[in-house]
Write a protein that binds this ligand. Structure first.
Ligand SMILES: [Zn+2]
Length: 267
């Protein structure tokens, strides 16, 4: 058991849905399993993948290393995820890919893209997300450095809401790419670019004093490690910030780039 690969519809898929890149984020797996149970009639073939089955089984983020830092991988890699990354790229070659994650930092869904491409601008405003985050400064080793991918953060890790969001997000994506029938709703979408990593020193207790996607002013305290407070040098938007979500970083600082506005609804 390495990776589960299935397909809806016949022909060679140019669209893929990926769940379980991280084994402790089960929300997307539920969305994929539901599609496999219901087998909706699709207008384009779709590849469905549950990526890191071994980590999912063990309920850990990864077995040897973070899969979403291991791309492009290598068939002879020493790590499970190094080999898996290579296999996953072979499976996803030529597919516009939708990959689902969840976080410990933010309950509301948002999208993560590698650059504000035409594809991102077309697809992401049709998803039920509150923001689009552009992370090309930090793309190394991530799936979207190798495959054209829209990532979504579906909500809080392990929550029922994240699983329900994963389902809604997947259906919206598949509708936006004309694989499922129907219409999507376009909404105004703020776009952010990650500019810096916010590191944390080794400590026993961590605190975060700010809300993700809410601007922090220069001079404001935003986090602390063992009571040692970090203060903003300049204004920034915190993204993926949480006290204990990552081992050595609190999260990221971002700039707000733009708001993509929805065209007025046609009557
Ligand atoms: Zn993840």
């Amino acid at each position: 058991m390495i990776m589960r690969v299935a397909q809806l519809g016949s022909g060679t898929p140019e669209i893929a849905v990926v769940a379980g890149v991280h084994g402790d984020e089960p929300c997307g797996v539920r969305a994929v399993e539901r599609l496999l149970d219901e087998r909706p009639t699709v207008e384009r073939p779709i590849k469905l993948i549950v990526a890191n089955e071994e980590a999912l089984e063990r309920r850990v983020r990864f077995v040897d290393e973070d899969l979403n830092r291991a791309f492009p991988g290598d068939p002879d890699a020493k790590t499970h995820e190094g080999r898996l990354a290579h296999r996953l790229i072979e499976e996803l070659d030529g597919c516009l890919t939708f990959s689902m994650h969840s976080t410990q930092s933010h309950g509301e869904p948002f999208a993560i893209v590698n650059g504000v491409s035409e594809t991102a601008k077309e697809i992401v405003p049709q998803l039920p997300v509150a923001a689009m985050v552009e992370t090309s400064n930090f793309a190394e080793g991530r799936l979207f450095s190798a495959i054209d991918t829209v990532e979504v953060e579906c909500g809080l890790q392990g929550s029922e809401t994240a699983a329900q969001n994963a389902d809604r997000l997947t259906r919206a994506f598949l509708t936006a790419v004309d694989a499922l029938p129907g219409d999507t709703i376009r909404s105004d979408l703020p776009v952010y670019r990650l500019t810096d990593v916010i590191r944390k020193q080794d400590a026993d207790t961590y605190e975060v004093f700010v809300d993700n996607f809410t601007e922090v002013d220069a001079g404001d305290p935003f986090a602390a490690a063992d009571g040692d407070t970090q203060v903003a040098d300049e204004p920034f938007y915190p993204i993926l910030m949480s006290p204990n979500g990552y081992r050595d970083v609190f999260g990221y600082a971002a700039k707000k780039l733009d708001v993509l506005t929805a065209p007025p609804a046609a009557d």
